[in-house]
Ligand binder design. Structure first.
Ligand code: SF4
Ligand code: SF4
Ligand code: SF4
Length: 350
C-alpha cells in the first residue's frame, strides 16, 4: 500500500505544479485581420484559415478579413488556439519526463508481477487529470500521427511532429503499446471505465480482432487516400477531424465528436478500449511497432499447462495470440492481468 500512497502524493505534487504552469496565453483582438491574428499567435495563416473552416465552418475566409467581420469570438478562438498550439514549453518537457518516469515504474512493476488493478487505476486518474485536464491533452499521440501525415502534404510544419512521434514510438519500441498502455489521455480513460466495471464483476465482450483491426486499418488507408488526393469526396485531411475525441479536454468536440465520445464511454464498460481498437490511427502504428518491441508478454511454454486462465482474464484477444504463438497478434496493452493470474507463473514480460 505504501507504493499507492507514494503515487497519490506524487500526483498531488505534480498537479499543483501543473496548475501553476497551465495558464495558456494567447493574443486576441477582434480589430485584427486573420493574418495578424495568426502572426500574433505564431500560427501559419493558411493553417489557421483551415482550422476556422474545419472547426467553425467559416468558409473561404480571406487572410485580410477582419476578425470581427467573420464573427470569430474570443471564446471560439481560445478553443482553436488550444487545439493548434504546440510547443516544447517547460511544462510539456516536464510532462514528457513524467511519462518516462511512469513508464519505467510500470515496467518495473510488470517485471515483478506487481502491477495491480488499483495501482493502474491511480495512475490512470493521474494521467487523466494532469496530461488531459491540465495539459489540455497536449501533446497527443493521435493528433501527432495525423499531423505528421499532414506535414507530408505541407499542411503542418515538420519539426515538432518528428520529435513527438519519435518520442511516442520509442515507448512502443521498449515495450508493446507502452505509451498507449499508461500514457494516453483517452486510452487510460477508456481503460479506467473498463476496470471500474470489471471490479463490479460486469461481464465484458471481446470483439474479434480481425474485425476491429480491419476497420481501424481501413479507416487509416482511407485517410491516406483522401490526404494524397487519390480519392476525392471528403474535405482533404478531415477524416479524423470529427472523431478526434481528445478535444473533450479543451471542451471543443463537434456534434459527431460528442456522439463518438459518449459512445466510446458507454462502450468502454463492456468492450476493452473501443476507440483504440476501432478508430485511432496511432493505434495502427503502435500495433505495428508492438511486433518489434524489446519487451513483450511471453510464455515459458514448457511450464504451461494449457489451463486457459490467461486467455480468460485477458481483456481482448492478445493472450490468445500469444498462447497460440500467432505471428500477427492483437494489441497487448500491458494490463498485467495474465501475469498475476497464471497458476504456474510461466508468463513474464521479457
Ligand atoms: S490507440 Fe488508444 S491509447 Fe493509443 S493513442 Fe490511440 S487512443 Fe490513445
Ligand atoms: S494461465 Fe499460465 S498455465 Fe494457464 S494457459 Fe496461460 S500460460 Fe498456460
Ligand atoms: S492480459 Fe492480455 S492485455 Fe493484459 S498483459 Fe496479458 S496479454 Fe496483455
Amino acid at each position: 500500500m505504501k507504493m499507492n500512497y507514494m503515487v497519490v502524493l506524487l500526483s498531488i505534487f505534480f498537479l499543483t505544479v501543473g496548475t501553476s504552469f497551465a495558464k495558456q496565453t494567447f493574443s486576441f483582438d477582434n480589430t485584427m485581420t486573420v493574418r495578424e491574428l495568426a502572426k500574433a499567435n505564431n500560427f501559419n495563416t493558411r493553417k489557421l484559415i483551415h482550422e476556422l473552416d474545419e472547426d467553425l465552418g467559416l468558409l473561404s475566409v480571406k487572410p485580410d478579413a477582419i476578425v470581427e467581420d467573420i464573427g470569430l469570438t474570443k471564446k471560439q478562438f481560445k478553443k482553436i488556439y488550444l487545439h493548434m498550439h504546440e510547443d516544447l514549453t517547460p511544462l510539456v518537457i516536464l510532462g514528457m519526463s513524467l511519462w518516462v518516469i511512469i513508464a519505467v515504474f510500470v515496467i518495473i512493476l510488470l517485471k515483478k508481477k506487481k502491477l495491480t488493478r488499483i495501482i493502474r487505476v491511480i495512475l490512470f486518474l493521474f494521467v487523466i487529470l494532469f496530461f488531459g485536464v491540465f495539459l489540455h491533452a497536449k501533446p497527443c499521440a493521435m493528433e501527432t500521427m495525423v499531423k505528421f501525415f499532414k506535414a507530408t502534404v505541407g499542411r503542418e510544419s515538420w519539426h515538432l511532429k518528428i520529435i513527438f512521434l519519435s518520442f511516442f514510438t520509442l515507448f512502443g519500441v521498449v515495450a508493446s503499446n507502452l505509451f498507449c498502455s499508461i500514457g494516453c489521455q483517452i486510452g487510460v480513460l477508456q481503460d479506467l471505465i473498463f476496470q471500474l466495471f470489471r471490479m463490479k464483476k460486469i461481464k465484458h465482450k471481446k470483439l474479434p480482432f480481425w474485425l476491429t483491426n480491419g476497420i481501424r486499418v481501413l479507416t487509416f488507408l482511407m485517410f491516406l487516400l483522401f490526404m494524397y488526393n487519390i480519392l476525392d469526396g471528403f474535405k482533404t485531411c478531415s477524416l479524423y477531424h470529427d472523431v478526434n475525441i481528445f478535444k473533450v479536454y479543451i471542451l471543443s468536440l463537434t456534434t459527431i465528436g460528442l456522439v463518438t465520445f459518449i459512445s466510446v464511454i458507454l462502450l468502454s464498460s463492456i468492450v476493452y478500449r473501443p476507440y483504440c481498437s476501432l478508430i485511432c490511427p496511432f493505434g495502427v502504428w503502435s500495433w505495428i511497432t508492438s511486433h518489434l518491441s524489446i519487451l513483450r508478454i511471453k510464455i515459458r511454454h514448457d511450464e504451461c499447462t494449457q489451463c486457459g486462465k490467461c486467455v480468460e482474464v485477458c481483456p481482448n484477444d492478445a493472450m490468445k495470440g500469444i498462447l497460440e504463438n500467432k505471428k500477427i497478434k492483437s494489441d497487448c496493452y500491458l494490463c498485467g492481468e495474465c501475469l498475476n493470474q497464471c497458476p504456474t507463473k510461466c508468463i513474464e514480460l521479457k
